[in-house]
Design a protein around this ligand. Structure first.
Ligand code: NAD
Length: 558
């Protein structure tokens, strides 16, 4: 039996198989950054260092830095007069070269074998958990205006977890996907091949971890990538590209390409080796990309895999019998941490009248205590939203709510873009269950509450399910099991990540695999085996030991 497994292993990876025990990783512990802690001093020093320089960010193609001379400034959202980087944008020449580099590097990358590839990404995780942690966290705080805690959870812990657990999962399914039966005289096995060709990874601004995970998850199973980072996170993403190269990522496996998403997509789709799209971002962008891929199909070698995690209109439904203080905390943290710029952020709540009467004043009082400002001031719970475009979009919703007959702003509603793009945490109460702020993704610090009569719980579950096209995350707050079960059943397809008595944000790798359906994405659960399986195209191998020497069959006998 042992001998046979070794044979199978040889088929899987042509490079020598290191006998890795595949111990299950643990989630990276979150540092607290409390006053007096070592990590607080370290991050403050690193923030100052990064504030005092303006770096040049090149394209990286086949391991080489390319300074195109066509540059854009990267600024700090909470202090938008401050430039932290000049970014060299890719032209069509770099875009085409990046696709070719990704294709040309794939053979060697496959032949390195799963263990060789995992060794590189596990080294990335160790480097990020160690010396690189403060550099990446500080870059995320400055580039995407995260508080130190939000940066630590995202840029350090979640990405360390993505890298470690993805390697663990990939090793696991290398065994799991082997054929169950090999009759006497036959050896059956499965080679876990990657997709043939390159993956286009188009990444969002809001999570540094997601940005690096999208090109690296397919890479673990042998794919190569063209990585198009968001224009709002070039700086932190570039530092992670540097980290991966220092960890030994071979040239061409991931090619870093700041530039226009539309143009990079056009270049990628005109290369017949385009094998897949790994996308996280808004629903509208993803739908457009899917259509373009459909049109390009006749020119492509393979049917590309399309994986996209997109927008959300995430909810909290409260039952009249629920934990009031727990609900208040979930509403506040779920809606306003990272300025509501999480795909999972609570942005609509259905609250029974008796509960709302009991908590609304306290909720407003607590929200008024929230301090907002520079990410470098650690007493701030909130900072700025990502850019002027986002600021205009969010404040547009607030302004229309101010004019609406059916909606009332009960706290917040003010904003200023003088220094940074700051918007107060805002709560709207509406009598219209399908008001635009109850239905559309706002992606900012705006929560809308629909107050229902205590006896209308069943009706409100129906309204919650039917109101919005999205189905990413949602929570039920209730004390009794029957009420929880009713919501659980009724809201089965309303959220891909469902929370009971908790806020709908903060999914942890290997604990709550993340993703939603309907307009929220393909639900391939980032950070889990399902996502990695999308990047493989197995080859089934039958090896006959006892080779037939006689063409006749017994039934032919007289
Ligand atoms: P976005 O759609 O504006 O941009 C995402 C990426 O797509 C960026 O790199 C952007 O440059 C690129 N892009 C934009 N237009 C393009 C085009 N025409 N062709 C090719 N690429 C194009 O999204 P964003 O503002 O960066 O991120 C916020 C969105 O991401 C929100 O909708 C949020 O809900 C979603 N999101 C979802 C998840 C999830 O797991 N479901 C996680 C994070 C963010």
């Amino acid at each position: 039996m042992v001998i046979k497994l070794t044979m199978v292993r040889k088929n899987i990876d042509s490079a020598p198989f290191a006998n890795h025990m595949n111990h299950q990783p643990i989630n990276e512990p979150i540092l607290g950054y409390a006053p007096g802690s070592e990590e607080r001093d370290l991050i403050k020093n690193e923030l100052q260092r990064q504030m005092n320089e303006v770096i040049e960010i090149p394209c990286i193609i086949n391991g080489e830095e390319i300074f195109t001379g066509i540059t854009a400034n990267q600024v700090i959202p909470h202090n938008h007069g401050h430039v932290i980087a000049k970014v060299h944008l890719a032209t069509n020449k770099e875009m085409e070269a990046a696709c070719i580099a990704a294709v040309n590097s794939q053979k060697e990358w496959i032949e390195l074998g799963l263990e060789g590839r995992c060794a590189i990404f596990e080294k990335c995780a160790d480097m990020l958990a160690g010396d690189w942690r403060m550099k990446v966290n500080a870059a995320t705080m400055l580039n995407q205006s995260k508080t130190v805690f939000q940066a630590e959870v995202d840029a350090a812990c979640e990405l360390i977890d993505f890298w470690r657990f993805n390697c663990h999962y990939a090793r696991g399914f290398h065994d799991y996907l082997q054929p169950l039966v090999s009759p006497p005289g036959v050896e059956n096995s499965t080679e876990i091949r990657p997709l043939e060709g390159f993956i286009l990874s188009i990444t969002p601004f809001n999570f540094t971890s997601i940005a690096a995970n999208l090109p690296s998850a397919p890479a673990i199973v042998g794919c190569t990538s063209v990585w198009k980072p968001s224009r709002n996170s070039y700086y932190s993403n570039y530092i992670l590209m540097q980290l991966m190269m220092e960890a030994g990522l071979p040239p061409g496996v991931i090619n870093f390409l700041p530039g226009s998403g539309a143009e990079i997509t056009e270049a990628a789709l005109s290369n017949p080796d385009f094998a897949g799209l790994h996308f996280t971002g808004s629903t509208a962008t993803f739908q457009g990309l899917w259509q373009e891929i459909g049109l390009a199909l006749p020119k492509l070698k393979s049917y590309p895999r399309i994986v996209g995690e997109t927008g959300g209109k995430d909810f909290i439904v409260a039952h009249r019998d629920c934990d009031h203080q727990g609900l208040l905390v979930a509403l506040l943290r779920g809606s306003f941490e990272y300025q509501g710029q999480k795909c999972s952020a609570a942005s609509r709540a259905y609250i029974p009248r008796s509960v709302w009467d009991a908590i609304s004043e306290d909720l407003c009082e607590e929200i008024k205590k929230i301090k907002m400002g520079d990410a470098l001031d650690f007493t701030n719970f909130m900072t700025a939203v990502i850019d002027g475009r986002s600021y205009n979009k969010i404040t547009g919703y607030i302004d229309r709510a101010k004019l609406s007959q059916n909606s009332e702003i009960i706290v917040g509603g003010e904003y200023s873009d003088a220094v940074g793009w700051f918007i107060e945490p805002t709560v709207i109460v509406t009598t219209e269950a399908k008001a635009e702020t109850m239905v559309e993704e706002i992606f900012g610090p705006v929560l809308t509450v629909y107050v229902y009569e205590d006896y209308e719980f069943d009706e409100v579950l129906q309204i919650c399910d039917e109101s919005s096209p999205y189905a990413l995350t949602g929570s039920i707050f209730a004390n009794k099991e029957d009420d929880i079960q009713k919501a659980f059943n009724h809201l089965r397809f309303t959220a891909g990540n469902f929370y009971i008595n908790d806020k709908p944000t903060g999914a942890v790798v290997a604990q709550q695999p993340f993703g939603g359906a309907r307009a929220s994405g393909t639900n391939d659960k980032a950070g889990g085996p399902l996502n990695l399986l999308r990047w493989i195209s197995p080859r089934s191998i039958k090896r006959t030991i006892e080779i037939p020497q006689d063409w006749t069959y017994p039934f032919l006998d007289e």
